[in-house]
Design a protein around this ligand. Structure first.
Ligand code: BGP
Length: 476
């Protein structure tokens, strides 16, 4: 069993979790700059009072304001990625660096120049950039002025941002992703669509309307990318959350079905060009108007993505039996504990076969090339007296998940483009704001309170992954 020639091995980060320099060179305050931090290090996404306080009068520690200072240290990090043999490096462009207020008349040249240098450094090292256009980094002004994606005003503003970065980087970036984990907008509208919704009775309608606006903008970005960068490929991105029924009781299976179809509803639109039938019926019966026009339907239909990318960390189990109460954690949405799986220190249930199940499910559903753009183990690492970090647990996690990928390609016929391990250099956790939840092959000297030199060092997994890439997945 082997990976195809040219398989895109690499690593992934996001601007807001790595760059820091949160106001440098004209960057505007972004939603994640106020939602990731404050009294609780990460504001509870449904706590509008806490988020509004962070917007109006930020108090306390905001870990992402410095993060790991990738903004100034990217050349050193990219050199380390090249040492591992990366073919591709995924990061996001912070929309708030390019349009500090989101609706500025002109883009911020210093923001554009930073990403020019970043992509030049990647290409100089033989690494292809894979760029996420929106990873929860929109200007907070768009929330304050328009209530984020709840307003259709965001559609032309995002289209203008898309055309600006496509025109600027068309010779350097040939693979793009529109919205990171677009399904998170369902679960965390404040972060996913930058909308503050106070009235619980309005939450679902406003969230679905905001998601619809984001989908139209995503399709317009696909249209612009195909027109402006011949040969470029643009994909969507979803947090895959494969869900198991806790028992074979039909009610548990139905609960799994409801969870999964909701989780993939927005990706269905991006990949298939229309909403699933159940969704149309649902909004009709709930009397929810998502503001969809005939022209929206044409745009969605005519501009579907070239590939489907996703994050995968763990799987979920659901039960309709109130007696089943032992909860599990997970990438934003948890479920009940699956007794057949071990958990990470943060309660995420480790399931390599679940990745093979997910790959087959998504390939069968969309019949488009797939790209795993996030996978990894968040864990506490120990620095030994000699400075080494022996993260055998992370090697074990990654080895088993790469084996699952191999089986999906070789035995299930899945067309998998590449794999970018999440947090390839240690960065700030999005869900907890912790530095101690580390994913990297590269250790960064910084703690949860922001102390440290930010110096980088190679973990044991750094040398392991270098061999994996050099052998194209043979040497695990
Ligand atoms: C996904 C996000 C990433 C990253 C990842 C790991 O939802 O796309 O930005 O944060 O989760 O989660 P965490 O950082 O909370 O461990």
């Amino acid at each position: 069993m082997s990976f195809p020639k040219g398989f895109l091995w690499g690593g992934a980060i996001a601007a807001h979790q790595a760059e820091g320099a949160y106001l440098e060179d004209g960057k505007g305050v972004a939603t994640c700059d106020v939602m990731h931090g404050g009294k609780g290090r990460v504001a509870e996404m449904s706590d509008m009072k806490a988020i509004r306080a962070n917007i109006e009068n930020p108090q306390g520690y905001f870990p992402e304001r410095v993060a790991v200072d990738f903004y100034h240290r990217y050349k050193e990090d990219i050199a380390l990625f090249a040492e591992m043999g990366f073919k591709v490096f995924r990061t996001s462009i912070s929309w708030a660096r390019i349009f500090p207020n989101g609706d500025d008349a002109q883009p911020n040249e210093k923001g554009l120049a930073f990403y020019d240098s970043l992509f030049d450094e990647c290409l100089k090292r033989g690494i292809e950039p894979l760029v996420t256009m929106s990873h929860w980094e929109m200007s907070i002004n768009l929330t304050k002025k328009y209530n984020g994606w709840a307003s259709r005003e965001l559609i032309p503003l995002f289209e203008r941002y898309a055309k600006t970065i496509f025109a600027r980087y068309k010779d350097k970036v040939k693979r793009w992703l529109t919205f990171n984990e677009i399904n998170m907008s369902f679960h965390m509208p404040s972060l996913g669509v930058g909308a503050l919704i106070d009235d619980p009775a309005q939450k679902e309608a406003m969230t679905l309307r905001a998601c619809h606006n984001q989908l139209v903008a995503s399709a317009l970005a696909v249209k612009a990318c195909h027109e402006m960068i011949p040969g470029a490929k643009i994909g969507c991105m979803v947090a895959a959350m494969t869900t198991y029924p806790y028992t074979c009781r039909p009610e548990d299976v139905w609960e799994k079905t409801l969870m999964e179809r909701r989780n993939y509803a927005l990706t269905d639109v991006q990949a298939q060009g229309k909403y699933p039938a159940w969704f149309d019926r649902y909004v009709e019966k709930q009397n929810i108007d998502i503001g969809k026009t005939a022209d929206d339907e044409r745009i969605l239909r005519e501009h579907t993505v070239d590939f489907v990318s996703f994050s995968y960390y763990c799987t979920n189990a659901v039960s309709t039996d109130p007696a089943v109460t032992d909860k599990s954690q997970g990438n934003v949405f948890g479920g009940v504990q699956n007794p057949y799986l071990k958990s990470s220190e943060w309660g995420w249930q480790i399931d390599p076969l679940g990745l093979r199940i997910t790959l087959s499910f998504l390939y069968d559903r969309y019949q488009k090339p797939l790209f795993i753009v996030e996978n990894g183990l968040g864990a506490k690492d120990t620095v030994e007296a000699d400075g080494s970090v022996n993260d055998d647990y992370r090697i074990e996690y990654l080895r088993e998940h790469i084996k699952a990928m191999k089986a999906a390609i070789e035995e299930d016929g899945v067309d998998l483009m590449g794999y970018t391990a999440w947090g390839c250099v240690d960065i700030i956790s999005a869900s907890t704001g912790e530095m101690s939840k580390r994913y990297g092959f590269i250790y960064v000297d910084k703690d949860d309170e922001g102390n440290g030199t930010l110096n980088r060092s190679r973990k044991k997994s750094f040398f392991w992954y270098k061999d994996v890439i050099a052998s194209n997945g043979e040497k695990l």
